[in-house]
Design a protein around this ligand. Structure first.
Ligand SMILES: [Zn+2]
Length: 489
């Protein structure tokens, strides 16, 4: 008798495991990044409100989320933190059963104490456990430095195409779609890349301005070339004194047959970047902090944002250097805001004194005691955040000294969006000068800032990278070895 279903081909739902350890590790910082600095998501929480997860689900792929850990840029990651994360991820793979793919949600500039290349050793173990037939796809920040050893074990990779970053969601979605397509069409992806010996800070590699605007604009067309899937340009992360710190181009092909065309495209972009290296400069006026404060007077009636670039907390610096606050007070600046200085002790003094009361204290210079020093200050407490009262990590207070307001923070964080100012009861556009511990302004501030100046302050994110005490980066590299000759191979 006929039995329905007997001849039906067996439909096996594809299964993709997900993981991530995302960190930009500043090797010059003296402050280690600890496990408690990471936000760790597991299980269903990983997939909540994520476009990439929706894309997988729509493609009828079963997701097996493991650990996704993400921390704000900071110093090198503590060995035990990385090893705990790694153990949990590898355990997840061991227990996952049959897998068709793995999605890695990464930054790409992770560095761990005691490891030459923790990212490479992690993916090597993942590959050994998962086997060679499981496709691994990864999404990255373009400020990552993924090494050749890392790339050896990944099949598909894609990075942000904007800095300041506006396309994080799209990039992760692209990594998901690439994996779905590769599984569907049976691709055996092949990656070609060129490492470009250039060390460049993010502030000199903004994709919205030339020369990189025209170069990044070519990526979508390269991805459309027959046989190719995607291309990425990594500006890299220069505040990591590591052999893998460099710019690089990756081109991903559907299989080895398109190796030559992908290599050609990677070399073509790399050559353009190399030829433009002297044009990788700041896109805003810059100079010593005193000059920048004087210069702000040229913009009558306009709010001037000044970046304290050496103590850029979005690139891993501690955020407690007081040199710009000291300069604002020396210049007797009026209606200026310093956002902010990390100092839990001073915050405690504000809370103990109370709103409207005066405090006399020393501020900052405790974490970065290489470039910073504590500043003696007399100030009136204007605001204490509800988080301070509840003693949470987001505790903050606002104090004022001679027309200069300062936000004191319990823990290291950055003012990158308008809501960060709102949280402490401030509107940045009410001030003449707003000092932020950033390099480039993040998109929301970049869009509203009438004027932006870059103060070239000292610190662990010094923009004058030739002055940094590099020992381990590849040599020769531009601009450390200015006269060097190089060709993409
Ligand atoms: Zn970045």
């Amino acid at each position: 008798m006929f039995s329905s279903g007997l001849c039906k081909p067996e439909h096996k739902q594809k299964r993709v495991l997900t993981l991530g350890i995302s960190h930009e590790s500043n090797t010059f910082s003296t402050q280690l990044t600890q496990e408690s600095d990471f936000e760790v998501l597991r299980g269903a929480d990983v997939l909540k409100d994520q476009l990439w997860a929706e894309i997988f689900k729509k493609a009828d792929i079963e997701l097996i989320p493991t650990l996704h850990a993400n921390a704000w840029p900071g110093g090198v990651v503590e060995r035990s933190a990385f090893e705990n994360f790694r153990k949990e991820i590898l355990e997840g793979i061991r227990n996952a059963g049959r897998l068709d793919g793995i999605y890695m949600d990464m930054h790409g500039a992770l560095h761990v104490e005691g490891y030459a290349d923790a990212q490479a050793s992690l993916i090597k173990e993942i590959r050994e456990l998962a086997g060679k037939d499981v496709l691994i796809s990864g999404s990255f920040d373009l400020h990552g430095n993924p090494s050749p050893d890392f790339v050896e074990n990944i099949d598909l990779m894609t990075a942000y195409r904007t800095a300041p970053h506006r396309d994080g969601v799209e990039t992760k979605a692209r990594a998901a779609q690439m994996l779905i397509d590769a599984l569907k069409f049976g691709w055996k992806p092949h990656i070609e890349y060129v490492v470009i010996p250039i060390l460049v800070p993010g502030e000199k590699s903004i994709t919205e301005v030339e020369p990189l605007h025209s170069i990044y604009s070519q990526i979508p067309d390269i991805a459309k070339i027959e046989g190719l899937i995607d291309a990425s340009i990594f500006a890299g992360y220069c505040w990591a004194d590591l052999p893998r710190s460099a710019m690089r181009v990756f081109v991903v092909a559907k299989d080895k047959r398109y190796g030559k065309v992908s290599k050609n495209e990677a070399c073509r972009l790399a050559q353009q970047i190399w030829d433009s290296r002297e044009k990788l400069v700041l896109d805003v006026p810059s100079g010593p902090v005193d000059k920048m404060i004087d210069k702000s007077e040229e913009y009558a009636g306009k709010t001037v944002f000044i970046s304290d670039s050496g103590d850029n907390t979005t690139a891993g610096a501690p955020g407690d250097n007081t040199q710009v606050l000291d300069a604002l007070l020396r210049h007797k600046s009026k209606n200026a805001l310093m956002a902010g200085i990390v100092d839990p002790e001073a915050l405690k003094e504000c809370i103990n004194a109370g709103i409207g009361k005066n405090i006399k204290t020393t501020l900052g210079g405790r974490i970065d005691n290489v470039f910073g020093k504590p500043l003696e200050i007399n100030a009136k407490v204007l605001f204490i955040s509800p988080d301070s009262v509840m003693n949470t990590e987001r505790g903050a207070a606002v104090i004022e000294t001679d027309g200069v307001k300062t936000v004191i923070l319990k823990t290291r964080r950055s003012f990158v969006e308008i809501k960060d100012f709102k949280e402490v009861g401030l509107n940045p556009l009410d001030f003449k000068i707003v000092v932020v511990k950033l390099g480039y302004l993040f998109p929301e501030l970049r869009d509203i800032a009438p004027v932006h100046l870059m103060a070239l302050t000292s610190g662990f994110c010094n923009l004058d990278i030739a002055t940094l005490p590099y020992k381990n980066v590849h040599r020769p590299s531009y601009p450390l070895d200015g006269e060097m000759v190089w060709k993409p191979l």
